[in-house]
Ligand binder design. Structure first.
Ligand code: SAH
Length: 240
């Protein structure tokens, strides 16, 4: 039987015992029909995999004993993807791929050319959770609340570097980007792209403008390409 992966908070683990509750408990017991004695991998967004055995199953929670812990991943950088809100399930795709690549946080934003205005954080967080399980991540990427364009600009100060993938950029290549610290943000526009005024505001607030090549990529393609190139250049796609 495949040993399934579940995500908890650090506070759910103490003295070698894990308490699983909420949606993850429901998934374990009602969907996967777990019983006492079954094995599970428990992750708490810290790069550690805990091989556990189910010791008890109650009405609302289960307790698991940690049999073996192993640090399987570590992050040298913390990458946040700021993604212009996209229509239909294109943002779902961008979130899923960002999680698979190891992006730490995905924050959707509204800008002048966004055609979509509706966003459901719970639904998108579930997509991130399923992607983390599927790819065997020991980290759980966070999906943030929908913010405004100005709200995104205000957050630039929280990062060592903000990389701005701009379809109008003709000189700087993303592969030439060199980080100055560990906290990095990457900004990708919506289907309608960025207006010249928005681009100027982003650049004048310290973002480093880069091109993803001569061709205009779809927003969801651009977010995958930009995150992959950045993470690869930062050594985050190494396999050891
Ligand atoms: N509809 C616009 C393109 C928007 S693409 C147009 O046709 O001009 C959506 C976003 O993907 C852009 O805002 C940008 O952030 C990113 N992007 C797409 N192609 C890019 C490229 N060649 N270089 C840099 N960023 C790109």
């Amino acid at each position: 039987m495949e040993i399934r992966r579940f995500f908890v908070s650090q506070s759910d683990i103490s003295d070698g015992v894990v308490v699983l509750c909420g949606d993850e408990f429901a998934h374990m017991t009602r969907v996967l029909r777990y019983k006492v004695g079954y094995k599970a991998i428990i992750c708490a967004n810290d790069g550690v995999e805990r091989l556990c055995t189910v010791e008890s199953i109650g009405r609302d929670s289960a307790t698991l004993r940690v049999d073996k812990s192993e640090t399987v991943d570590r992050k040298n950088v913390e990458l946040t993807l700021y993604a212009g809100l996209l229509k239909n399930n294109k943002l779902d795709f961008a979130i899923q791929k960002a999680v698979e690549l190891g992006v730490d946080r995905i924050v959707p934003f509204l800008s002048a050319n966004c055609a979509e205005t509706k966003f459901c954080r719970d639904r998108s967080s579930k997509i991130a959770l399923e992607a983390a399980k599927q790819c065997g991540s020991a980290y759980l990427s966070e999906v943030g609340e929908l913010i405004s364009f100005d709200g995104m600009i205000d957050r630039f100060k929280d990062y060592d570097d903000v990389v701005f993938a701009y379809e109008g950029e003709r000189k700087n290549r993303i592969s030439d980007f060199r980080p100055t610290g560990k906290r990095i943000a990457i900004v990708i526009g919506p289907e309608g792209g960025f207006g010249a005024e928005e681009a100027e505001i982003i650049k004048s607030n310290g973002a480093k403008c880069v091109s993803l090549g001569r061709r205009i990529l779809r927003a969801e393609t651009a977010s995958v390409v930009a995150c992959a190139l950045l993470l690869n250049g930062l050594g985050e796609l190494d396999c050891e």
